[in-house]
Design a binder for this molecule. Sequence first.
Ligand code: MRU
Length: 372
Amino acid sequence: MKIKLNGKIIDIRAIWIENKQKGIVKMIDQRYLPFRIVFFESKNVDETAWAIKNMVTRGAPNIGVAGAYGIYQAVIEAINKEDFLKHIMKKAEILKATRPTAINLSNIIDEVLDFIYKELEDGVSKTELIERVYNKVESIAKREIEANHKIGEIGKKLIKDGDDVLTHCNAGALAAVDIGTALAPIRYAHYEGKKITVYVNETRPWLQGARLTAWELEMENIPYYLISDNASGLFMYKGIIDIVIVGADRIAMNGDVANKIGTYKLAVIAKENNIPFYVAAPLTTFDPKIPSGDKIPIEERSPEEILYVLGYDDETNSLRKVRISLNTSKVLNPVFDITPFKYIDGIITEAGILRSQADIKNAVKNFMRKRD
Ligand code: MRU
């Protein structure tokens, strides 16, 4: 993604390996955007797990790659330990538990673990294994970015010149290493010269729309309006929105989608108003073990996210966290919801637009066959 840093435009990913030998992973610290561009350096797998849990880095495909990098760090750490494999497996469980809904995390960690088992079975030395795991995790990151580009190429055809596009949360480069999933068709349509306007839901409680999607669009001069979550129904009712595109954190085999809380309401309102509703996600977001959405675990996060907001105080030029309700309020904070497949016109993936359960089954089967 292109960002402005110290007066220069640079191309940057949301996360990368900064130092291969030491296993240092660097990421844009998303807790401070759009107010400050701060980088977070993780020196070991525990710090990477902490960063995922605490939203330093976030978004399903992005934390999948963070998980892969965490396993690479665990392999480096384990090299002098007697319980080599046990150490890696213990850290894999810690990483997986950080965000329970986004399946990319477990899917990608399991992919790297399977790779490690195979290499060890083939008698590869531990030192050689570090090199091979490095190549594996970097090839996964590359594959995820390529998938996003394909999603952009395929999805841009759904967006017409002059369209008003509604999106929710942040399914951009920050959430998917680079380019994004829902933001990929939007970026590609814009690069092609289509005059589009994006309606960005602010996305309470963590405000991924206001903080991150608005920032990404601003960085690339893509026209947008930031709107309150509650306003999107009105814009759909008035016939202003032409298409809705969102990301996904886990997709069941029947096509039900877990995504940021509030997605379900959007899909129902879109259907009511005959507005096409699309989900954009790489194939690592599908869960072959989950038949339907009701089986997807929904992550609950801290009441703090509802009770407090972090904002920029223009008077003191500083960041401030303020409480917006009674500190005695009891809070419920589920951060994802389930959108049944019947409300979804198609799932834009790197393998094409999936419009039926048969499409999903085939695409997931082919992906897993190619991957193994
Ligand atoms: O809690 P977050 O910010 O990690 O949630 C992110 C989302 O819900 C995104 O829509 C989803 O991960 C898709 S990102 C390409």
